[in-house]
Design a protein around this ligand. Structure first.
Ligand code: ADP
Length: 265
């Protein structure tokens, strides 16, 4: 793995799970757009925050949803007093400022919204703004990063091949147990042994996917349990409240998960 010096100062804490830091650095240098694939809560957002700091670029984040329009991204005319003034949307701001634009859960956005990204992802790196007649060239340092959870709503929503093939895709999964425990301990303040036990519990719960658990417990949930434990809540109670209960409403699955908690703590 390459060593990365990074700028001075601490920056957002991120523990790499592979060579994702080096790959995104090269994509940034080469003007390539990046797609981060991975389950919810596995560290995609934190990774982007870390990379923006490392690359010394501002970060503009958009959480995508199915009402998000092209105008929400690009901008719109607003009426102010007797005047109409143009207001940049977050994508346009990022293009002008040379920022990193992070579109979280991009599959949630409608197809006609997603296509406005296309001219920014090829050699042209331009953003045509139909309403004003402008065509912006992306400022140096601009980079598009999208995130995508392949397991979630796979049947209902997917990215079109014509969109997918415009991105360098990086797969992020849950880290190996010792690394995940280090993250849980660092983020929640629980000591190493407790963090490792939480990760072990997650490993067992993650194997319940075959029994119908739609979303498995993420690193984020383990950190939430860790924070409760660090604040004095009992282990079982913390695991049930922060890890088990958020995952399902199915009484059989909940019962099976609680049994795993009781067996471990
Ligand atoms: P996602 O965007 O994939 O849903 P997040 O980036 O919000 O997930 O991750 C949830 C939390 O898990 C983060 O706030 C951070 O505390 C922690 N986390 C997950 N992976 C890592 C990692 N590799 N290094 C540091 N923190 C991590």
């Amino acid at each position: 793995m390459l060593e990365h010096a990074g700028p001075a100062g601490a920056g957002p804490y991120y523990l790499p799970t592979g060579n994702e830091v080096g790959i995104v650095e090269q994509c940034h240098a080469g003007g390539l757009a990046v797609m981060l694939k991975g389950p919810t809560g596995c560290g995609k957002t934190r990774f982007v925050e870390h990379m923006a700091w490392r690359l010394g670029r501002p970060l503009i984040t958009v959480s995508c949803h199915d009402d998000l329009t092209a105008s929400d991204l690009i901008g719109r005319f607003l009426i102010r007093h007797d005047d109409t003034v143009w207001q940049d949307g977050p994508l346009t701001r990022a293009v002008r400022e040379g920022a990193i634009c992070y579109l979280d859960e991009v599959v949630e956005a409608r197809q006609d919204t997603i296509v406005v990204l296309h001219p920014l992802t090829d050699y042209r790196r331009i953003l045509p703004i139909d309403r004003t007649g402008e065509t912006l060239e992306a400022a140096p340092g601009f980079q598009l990063v999208i995130s995508y959870n392949p397991g979630y709503q796979r049947m209902l929503k997917d990215l079109k091949p014509s969109t997918r093939q415009r991105f360098v895709a990086i797969e992020l999964g849950f880290p190996e147990a010792p690394a995940e425990a280090a993250i849980v301990s660092n983020e929640s303040g629980v000591e190493g042994g407790t963090a490792m036990a939480l990760v072990e519990l997650a490993g067992r719960l993650r194997s319940l996917r075959d029994r119908g658990l739609a979303e498995v417990p993420s690193t984020r949930l383990l950190i939430a349990a860790g924070r409760l434990i660090a604040s004095g809540i009992g282990l079982r109670e913390a695991c049930n409240a922060a890890v088990v209960a958020p995952l399902s409403d199915d009484p059989t699955l909940l019962g099976a998960m609680r049994e795993l908690v009781d067996a471990m703590f």
